[in-house]
Design a protein around this ligand. Structure first.
Ligand code: FE2
Length: 262
C-alpha cells in the first residue's frame, strides 16, 4: 500500500493542489496538522483535508484557530493570521479542528507494517516541541523505543515516526541500539529503503510554507510493500498564493517569505 503523508499546509491551496497531483496514485493520505494559519485559503484546504485524508492530526495553529486560547504565545504576525483565519471558518470548521487528535499510532490496513507513529511536533509534546537537533531526536527515539516495546513491536520491522511542525524536510535514522546513524536534510528528493529494526524519524516537511531556504513544497510517500519512504519537493505557483495573501489583507511578509522558502 502507498500512503501519502503531508503536514503544515497552512492554507496554501496552490501548494496543496500541487501535492495532490504528486499523490495521485496513493491509497491513503495522512495529514500531520497545521492545515490552516498563514495562508489565504483555509476553507478550501480544510475541505480538501476532510474529504481526502483518512488520518488527520491537529497542529498548534489548528488548535489556536479552534479555541483562540493561548494565542499570546504566537508572534504578532502569526497571531494576526490566527484571528483572520478564525473569521473565515464556520463554527463547524472550528469544532472539527478542535476534536482532531494531536498524535496517533496506527496500523496500516494491510498490516504490512505493524504500527506507525504520527505526531505534529514531538512525542514529548505533540503540539509544541520542535525536533530541530540531534539531542531532541535522540530523546524522541528513546520514547519511540519504549512505545515499540509496549506494543511488542517485532524486531524485524522498521520503527517509523512521521512528524512536521518545524517545516524542515529531514530524516534521523537510528539503529536498533539507539545509535544515530544519519541525519538527512531533504532539499530536492530522497528515497530511503527501510531496514528492519532501525528507527526512522521522518519530518515530511511543509506543503505550504517551507522554511529551509528552498521555496518548494514537500510531501512524503510511504510504500508499505516495498518498505520505502520517498520525500518529494515540488514547485507550485507561488505568485498566485502570495497575491491572495496580500489581497486578503494578511501581513505582507507571509506572502514574501514563500518566494524564499523562509
Ligand atoms: Fe506549521
Amino acid at each position: 500500500m502507498k500512503i501519502g503523508i503531508i503536514s503544515d499546509i497552512h492554507a496554501n491551496w496552490e501548494a496543496l493542489e500541487a501535492a495532490d497531483k504528486i499523490l495521485f496514485d496513493v491509497q491513503q493520505v495522512w495529514c500531520l496538522g497545521d492545515i490552516v494559519g498563514y495562508g489565504a485559503d483555509p476553507r478550501l484546504c480544510l475541505e480538501y483535508i476532510r474529504q481526502r485524508c483518512q488520518i488527520k492530526l491537529k497542529g498548534n495553529h489548528d488548535q489556536a484557530v479552534a479555541d483562540l486560547r493561548n494565542i499570546d504565545f504566537f508572534n504578532p504576525v502569526a497571531k494576526q493570521a490566527v484571528l483572520w483565519t478564525r473569521n473565515q471558518l464556520s463554527a463547524d470548521d472550528c469544532r472539527f479542528l478542535a476534536q482532531l487528535p494531536s498524535s496517533l499510532s496506527v496500523t496500516t490496513e494491510d498490516r504490512s507494517l505493524p504500527v506507525v507513529w504520527l505526531v505534529h511536533g514531538s512525542l514529548r509534546s505533540p503540539l509544541e516541541e520542535y525536533i530541530l537537533d540531534a539531542a531532541t531526536a535522540q530523546a524522541t527515539q528513546t520514547l519511540l523505543a519504549q512505545q515499540a516495546q509496549e506494543v511488542h513491536f517485532p524486531k524485524d520491522a522498521p520503527v517509523l515516526l512521521f512528524f512536521g511542525h518545524s517545516h524542515l524536510a529531514e530524516v534521523y535514522i537510528f539503529n536498533d541500539k539507539g545509535k544515530k546513524l544519519q541525519h538527512l536534510s531533504v532539499t530536492t528528493e530522497q528515497r530511503l529503503t527501510l531496514e528492519g529494526g532501525w528507527y526512522y524519524l521522518v519530518n515530511v516537511g511543509s506543503v505550504g510554507q517551507p522554511r529551509d531556504g528552498v521555496p518548494l513544497g514537500s510531501c512524503a510517500i510511504l510504500d508499505t510493500d516495498q518498505w520505502t519512504i520517498q520525500i518529494i519537493r515540488f514547485g507550485y505557483p507561488i505568485a498566485v498564493a502570495a497575491q491572495k495573501i496580500l489581497q486578503a489583507g494578511l501581513p505582507a511578509e507571509l506572502a514574501y517569505r514563500l518566494f524564499y522558502g523562509w
